[in-house]
Write a protein that binds this ligand. Sequence first.
Ligand SMILES: *[C@@H]1O[C@H](CO)[C@@H](O)[C@H](O)[C@H]1NC(C)=O
Ligand SMILES: *[C@@H]1O[C@H](CO)[C@@H](O)[C@H](O)[C@H]1NC(C)=O
Length: 401
Amino acid sequence: MKQFFIAFSVLATLFFTSSAQTCLSQTFTNNQKYSTCRDLSHLNSYLHWTYNESTARLDIAYRHGGVTSADKWVAWALNPTGSLGSAMVGAQSLVAVPQSNGSYTAYTSPITSYGTQLQEGDLSFAVSGLSVTYENSEVTLFASLTLTGVSTSVIHTWQDGAMSGSTPQSHDTTSGSANLLSKETLDLVSGQAQAGGSGSSLRRRRNVHGVLNAVSWGILMPIGVIISRYMKVFKSADPAWFYLHLTCQCSAYVLGVAGWGTGLKLGSDSVGIEYTTHRTLGIILFCFATLQVFALLLRPKKDHKIRFYWNVYHHSIGYATIIISIINVFKGFEALEVSAQDRYNSWKHAYIGIIAALGGIAALLEVYTWMVVLKRRKSEAKTSSNGINGANGYGSRPQQV
Ligand SMILES: *[C@@H]1O[C@H](CO)[C@@H](O)[C@H](O)[C@H]1NC(C)=O
Ligand SMILES: *[C@@H]1O[C@H](CO)[C@@H](O)[C@H](O)[C@H]1NC(C)=O
């Protein structure tokens, strides 16, 4: 019945991960509605906007979460003249700074040098209706921009940083930090975005990590379990099932550890992405799978008296690994979704298809082997009434214990 549990956990996980973009479910207290939104890749940020092509008017609401106390500045900017490589100078910024009474105030600031302290000044385009709210640890900037003469495919960037008294200080400038990655080219009309140079290598590494781990932990290991559970019941498949199981799990382990390593590196480079659960589960999986490798080396002989306990241990860790693996593949998709929106939806659908197929195959084999075993027991009951005890080893159901 473990297969049903696996199928169930897949469905349950699917249920909880199906919401693609967080911004789609966000609302505004002033009931303002925008035609498009994006979950931005860094700094817990979301951009909602409506762009009117004929008037070049852009209405935006920029939400910046994780501001638990009103002690940092927050900004969102368009840079009509810069490049993705240097998006700061030339950024036409909307800035929100905290007041001494704990509320925020907003103003505009054109950035002309890296040494800026976000001084107030007019932007290169007209801004109206600039306002800011601060509630539920979230700063939201509202404004209407008139972007006459500005390309509809434009660089935007978003930031936060510390205050010193009432003066904004430089944002985090650590290489690879979220504050240096928080920029992209945005097409105001289509809503498509393109991250900068470091973004694409990050994407490639995410792909490698995703493929390695989904294939090893998420597909090969369940196949290895199916092999051992359903082939073992047939006398003629011994010891072939054992070698197949071994090959499958060992190659899954090698690929899985490689994927795991890429994940650790990726994790330290993916600032601003919430993946704590994914990481924790990943570490548990690595420990479990490594235990299984040791279990193999320390396996007592089939007729040894502690073999029973070894079996209990091997099977419980094994099943737990499979269930956590599948859950963690979905956790990985979840982390990717936040960072790259719906680009990975087709991967997720493919994986759901594969795992559902494996679940279906396992369910059919479960029924089939039970039928074989029951039939065998019946005939063995007959033989043993003649004094021969055949109900040993292969005659019984492949027990989990
Ligand atoms: C754009 O603005 C013009 C002038 O305000 C208005 O007539 C038109 O309906 C707007 N277009 C859209 C798509 O909202
Ligand atoms: C905080 O102070 C500013 C003026 O500095 C004022 O405009 C604003 O209403 C005050 N907010 C609250 C919540 O008292």
